[in-house]
Write a protein that binds this ligand. Structure first.
Ligand SMILES: [Zn+2]
Length: 754
């Protein structure tokens, strides 16, 4: 029987599924499995079924395609009997960096997975090991201090649910042996495993249980498929000498990075009218443009969804065969031509890639390729510039009535193209699902976001409960028979009383004190180092995958949960990868920032090496370009990242012209609340300006004493508190608390009317 990419995918992504099944300890099955695979068990001198037998038994009875072949591979992936099992064994070793112990002990204690974030180590050695509950990925909320006591039951419940879901998929998809790798069936398998095996450890006999089973399975699949594609003819012809040629230092794999440039310009450059809706739509468009371009490449190459090893935060990484690298200039040209038609020179996706060996899959791989992409940004639109020089520089007749945002010709008042993003924003909140469809539509003129997706052979269709779709509702347990998975990007927006999406004015009016909207931006500090030396020497690719998935769930889901549940007047415009952009009533933003910081700390087991910096900026007027405010917040974020104190840096928040370290924040808000309480008790606002004045260098502090004692005299009932406050903000060198001026602004705005 011929070897195909579908079989390679199934064999490799299920090869270790027995580790999950085995831990569910379904005793009634032990006997049956021992009977079924007696020969295999006895010939390995074991006494009871190992994960190979459990996995094989599961697959044989699952109703999934190619049952005999895949059952055989799972059973023999430690002692290969054919090309496919040998391929899976090789990919398995590379994924785990050959560190994993392969002798599954009968007595191994079932464990909870350790959070990889809690173990990242840069400067601080002391780590609090924290665990993840054996749970679905999307239901997982917080880390636990100790392992679960009834962990066996948790495994059993999770396994039963998983098997139920496999049945759902099998029920909905018939004739699966006829489906090719690009069919939604294969994506469902991938996401099903992601949902059910991300909080389950891969191995834990000798090593820490810090690599998730899903990371191990999905990277094994990506590696196996890449090798298969590189040697496709040999595999198909059954060449038994094929593995002799695959040396671990031979460059047989390819890694590709795709990176959007112009993302900020594009997302934030919107008109005031329905701005929130448009921002949401544009942000969704950018993340799904990357999603679609990644698909366009991997499915043109007949690779699998597992070959997209990362997608988020404005870039993706693909793992493929080395021959993919030779085709990159072709794909780059296609991308540039298509995006040029859509966005002119404002938005594009840069591809960069290199051939690598199996050895190089651990270590600093991502760093090198990132640098290459940076380099490329300066040579933007290289392939287009040669051809379309005139089109760019003679642009259009200036006498025409053009849209100021996309420079398209206006018909009447509105720009059809820009309006389509508002429509997209609307769909995201009104429809509970969308699907990505293949299409052959010819595109004459680009008038909407879907026209752009069409250029790559796809379109996005919104609707309610669409089959084979992604759900936009995040807190529902999904039925994998019907849906592929849950949407990755944020989609919560605040509403007006009439149910329509809030506009900038509504958001501004929801602030305390002065009515303004603002933005909050932030990202994880030292991310490059975290993925570099933070994971120890030469971390296997599966370990990096686990870490990036932990970060992805925080920014892709938890952050939006905080906003929806506790700051419902704000909207996450963008959150993915390791950074985010939130728009909201200005007075909510400092508190929201603090909550995000706290929640990331707790999510990383209070690991001091995992920190985040943020910055706030508010719009000087209700009608003010979002783009300018976004830029201001970006500059402020740079300042926050440069905040140095006592040997620390970063881990800080820019709020009202000042950067405050997160370790200082509680004191900072305490002082702010005290001061604010005085204003609310009607003492003169002048105190704010006086404090601001004295916060400068070399002021005569004795005058401040004088001022405060008079103030206390005039407000006898709170006189003691007023003097106590002065004590609080005067430091031992007779200098004022260093962030007092920032606090005076905060209090001033929060207590001002209108
Ligand atoms: Zn326009």
């Amino acid at each position: 029987m011929e070897l195909t990419v579908e079989k390679v995918f199934l064999a490799s992504i299920f090869h270790d599924i027995g580790k999950f099944y085995q831990r569910a300890e379904i005793n009634s099955l032990k006997k049956i499995i021992t009977e079924t695979y007696r020969y295999s068990i006895e010939s390995s001198k074991s006494y009871s079924p190992r994960h190979q037998e459990w996995g094989a038994y599961f697959y044989k009875n699952s109703g999934l395609p190619y049952k005999n072949e895949i059952e055989g591979v799972i059973l023999n992936h430690h002692s290969p009997i054919n090309l496919l099992s040998e391929l899976v064994q090789l990919a398995d070793h590379v994924s785990a960096n050959e560190r994993e112990d392969y002798i599954s002990s009968e007595n191994e204690r079932v464990k909870n997975m350790v959070s990889t974030l809690s173990l990242v180590s840069l400067k601080y050695n002391k780590k609090n090991k924290k665990y993840k509950r054996v749970s679905r990925l999307s239901e997982f909320k917080e880390l636990i201090d100790r392992e679960e006591e009834n962990i066996k039951l948790s495994y059993k419940n999770l396994w039963n649910e998983f098997e139920e879901q496999v049945k759902n998929i099998v029920r909905e998809h018939k004739n699966t042996e006829k489906l090719d790798i690009t069919d939604p069936f294969y994506e469902k398998i991938y996401y099903l495993l992601k949902e059910y095996t991300s909080n389950v450890p891969s191995a834990f006999f000798y090593s820490e249980p810090e690599i998730s089973l899903f990371s191990h399975l999905s990277t094994t699949a990506a590696i196996a498929i890449s090798i298969f594609k590189q040697y496709e003819d040999g595999f198909k012809n059954g060449d038994i000498n094929i593995f002799k040629g695959i040396k671990s230092d031979k460059k047989i794999m390819g890694i590709v990075k795709g990176d959007v440039s112009g993302i900020q310009n594009f997302i934030y450059n919107v008109s005031q009218e329905h701005a929130v809706k448009k921002l949401r739509g544009r942000s969704f468009y950018v993340s799904y443009l990357l999603e679609i371009i990644a698909r366009y490449i991997i499915y043109s190459e007949k690779l699998s969804i597992s070959n997209v090893i990362y997608n988020g935060g404005g870039h993706f990484y693909l793992l493929g065969p080395a021959i993919l690298i030779d085709k990159l200039s072709y794909y780059q040209k296609k991308i540039e031509e298509n995006l040029f038609k859509a966005h002119g020179i404002e938005l594009t996706v840069n591809l960069s890639g290199e051939k690598i060996s199996l050895n190089e899959l651990s270590g600093e791989l991502f760093k090198n390729i990132s640098e290459k992409v940076e380099d490329k940004k300066f040579r933007k639109f290289e392939s287009i510039l040669k051809k379309n020089h005139e089109e760019i520089f003679n642009l259009k007749d200036v006498s025409q009535n053009l849209c100021p945002y996309c420079h398209r010709e206006l018909i009447g008042e509105k720009c059809e193209f820009c309006e389509s993003f508002a429509e997209l924003g609307d769909f995201l909140t009104k429809k509970n699902s969308f699907k990505i469809l293949k299409t052959n539509k010819k595109v004459e003129k680009i008038n909407s976001y879907n026209d752009i997706f069409n250029l790559f052979g796809y379109e996005i269709k919104f609707g309610d409960n669409l089959k084979d779709s992604y759900l936009t509702v995040k807190d529902k347990k999904i039925d994998f028979g019907r849906y592929i998975y849950i949407i990755k990007s944020a989609n919560y927006v605040p509403k007006k009383d009439d149910g329509s999406i809030a506009d900038l004015e509504t958001i501004a009016n929801n602030s305390n004190g002065i009515k303004k909207w603002g933005v909050l931006r932030g990202d994880v500090d030292n991310l490059g180092k975290v993925f570099g030396k933070g994971l120890g020497d030469k971390p296997p690719i599966s370990k990096k995958a686990t870490l990036s998935q932990e970060i992805e769930i925080f920014f892709g889901k938890f952050l939006e949960d905080i906003v929806r549940e506790r700051f419902p007047n704000s909207s996450v415009i963008y959150s993915g990868g390791d950074d985010f952009f939130i728009l909201g009533p200005w007075s909510d933003l400092p508190n929201l920032a603090w909550e995000i910081q706290k929640s990331l700390r707790s999510f990383s087991g209070e690991n001091k090496d995992i920190t985040v910096s943020m910055a706030m900026e508010f719009a000087p007027a209700k009608k003010y370009p979002v783009y300018r405010v976004a830029l201001g917040a970006g500059n402020n974020l740079d300042i926050a990242k440069n905040y140095k104190r006592n040997g620390y840096e970063k881990n800080a928040f820019f709020n009202f012209n000042k950067v405050v370290g997160w370790e200082e924040f509680e004191e900072y808000t305490l002082i702010k609340e005290k001061l604010e309480s005085f204003i609310n008790k009607n003492i003169t606002r002048k105190v704010l300006y006086v404090l601001r004045h004295f916060s400068g260098e070399n002021r005569k502090i004795w005058r401040l004493f004088y001022y405060f004692s008079r103030l206390a005299d005039r407000n006898k009932e709170i006189g003691k508190e007023i003097l106590g406050f002065l004590d609080l903000i005067l430091r031992n060198d007779n200098k004022l608390y260093k962030h007092i001026d920032s606090i005076t602004y905060w209090v001033e705005y929060e207590t001002r009317e209108g």
